[in-house]
Structure formats: C-alpha cells, structure tokens
Design a protein around this ligand. Structure first.
Ligand code: APR
Length: 236
C-alpha cells in the first residue's frame, strides 16, 4: 500500500471494550439496565431528568475507574510519531464519550458525540470540565444557573464538528475505522465519504461491521491486538 500522509481514524465503543467499558450493541442492546434509546434522548431528559442525570452520573464515575488499553496507547504513539516520521497528520475522530484516548496520550482527538467529562450549561451555553455528579443540579461555574446537562450528543441531536471531520477527510489519504458497528449515522457514513474522496479505507474490528463492504481491507480481532500490530506496520 502506498505510504499514506494524512490519516483520519474513526473509533467506536469497541476500542474501549477491553478497558472494561461496555459497548452499546453487544449485550443485547441493554446498557446498565436501560435501552440506550430510552435515556440518550432530549425527550427522556425532558420527561425524566433525574433518571437521565443519574444514568450519566453513573457512567461518568465508571469511566474514571477505567484505564486506556494497548489500542489507545498505540494510536497515541502513532499520533505522536507520524508527523515526525511521515510529515503527515493523524486525527482521531471518536464516537466515544470516555477520555481514554486522551489518557492514553493522544493529542488530536475530536469527540463527535460529546464527552462524559464535560457539562454543558443550557442557560449560558458554556461547557465546563466536570468529573462529579449533576443530579443535585450544581450551579453553572459561569452563570450560576442550576442548568447543567451532560455534554453528550443524544439521539436526534447533531454530532459535533462535522465540518472539521469532512475537511480532514478531504485532506487525507487513509481512513481507518476501529471498533464500531457502523450502525449510527453520520459516523457510519464516513467510510463512503472517504471512498468518494478516493481515500484508502481500512477496518479494524472484532467482527465484520454493517459497513464492512465499503472498506478496501478489514482485519478482524480484538483492538488491543490488531491496532498495535497495524501501528507497528505503519511506523518503522
Ligand atoms: N475490539 C475491537 N472491536 C470490538 C471489540 C474489541 N475488543 N469488542 C467489540 N467490538 C466491536 C463490535 O464488534 C462492534 O462492531 O465494536 C463495535 C461496537 O459497536 P457498538 O456497540 O454499536 O458501538 P458504536 O459503533 O461505537 O456505537 C455508535 O451508537 O449508541 C450510539 O452514540 C452511541 O457512539 C455510539 C454510537
């Protein structure tokens, strides 16, 4: 394969699975006893804010007890080494709302579905790093209103920074998808955009995803094995 210059990597829940963070569609679609669709929507938040705040308080607390796995560490190594070795850029676009990419040392991470460790004030629209619970309606550090919500993109809401993602794809020559089922758009459509733009496309996943047919190459296996092996291949 021609040596790529700029690489866009899309990650999903599968890359954090071996860190002990449940995927969404693995265990029969139940997520901490809830169907994701029943807690991850603006309607759920409007009709039962305490249920939704408690659900995300639990998830925010849980991810802070988890550690990056070799897949996160390998991507962070690529993120650091690639510009030096190939003079190219790496962008990690993640659907995940944990901070394991960052704690693994990655620098260029774009959270298109938001982040557990950020709270978003619905009164003043500012975002704040947040590690504790929101159930007690703490005051917003900026405007003091008790109007903080999880900074998570819920079903029916618009994913973040899509223009930056498409811009990065138009300047890249390799698109790699890791640990995602290809079930949720627009993330699941990025491989087609990559193909339309003439990028090479590679999928690293435990099993074939819904989008596998769109990839030039699919390598199956646990992320903690296939991702470090791929990065080792790429770096000298
Ligand atoms: N290594 C690699 N891949 C794995 C592993 C592993 N150890 N374990 C599971 N996988 C794969 C599964 O085979 C599956 O294809 O990871 C994928 C996880 O798919 P989902 O649970 O659907 O997660 P994801 O694709 O990230 O979901 C996308 O849906 O619920 C919304 O907003 C939420 O960001 C999420 C989006």
């Amino acid at each position: 394969m021609k040596r790529p210059r700029n690489i866009v990597i899309l990650t999903g829940a599968g890359i954090s699975a071996e860190s002990g963070i449940d995927t969404f569609r693995g265990g029969g679609g139940l997520w901490e006893q809830h169907r994701v669709e029943d807690v991850a929507t603006p309607e759920a938040f409007a009709s039962d804010p305490d249920l939704v705040l408690r659900f995300y308080d639990m998830r925010r607390e849980a991810i802070q007890t988890r550690q990056p796995n070799p897949a996160h560490l390998a991507l962070a190594r690529l993120d650091r080494e690639w510009p030096k070795q190939a003079g190219g850029e790496v962008l990690i676009v993640t659907q995940n709302v944990d901070d394991l990419h960052e704690r693994g040392g990655a620098l260029n991470v774009l959270h298109m579905h938001g982040e557990h460790l950020t709270a978003w004030c619905t009164a003043c629209d500012r975002r704040h790093r947040w590690t504790g619970p929101l159930i007690h309606r703490p005051p917003c550090p900026s405007c003091s209103e008790p109007a903080l919500r999880p900074d998570i993109v819920w079903f029916g809401e618009i994913p973040y920074r899509m223009d930056e993602i498409y811009e990065a794809l138009s300047a890249a020559d390799l698109f790699v998808s890791i640990g995602t089922s290809g079930a949720v758009y627009p993330a699941a459509g990025l491989v087609r955009t990559a193909r339309d733009l003439g990028l090479r496309t590679l999928e690293l996943n435990l099993e074939r995803s819904q989008g596998s047919a769109w990839f030039h190459e699919t390598r199956l296996g646990p992320a903690s094995e296939v991702v470090p092996a791929w990065v080792d291949d790429l770096l000298d």
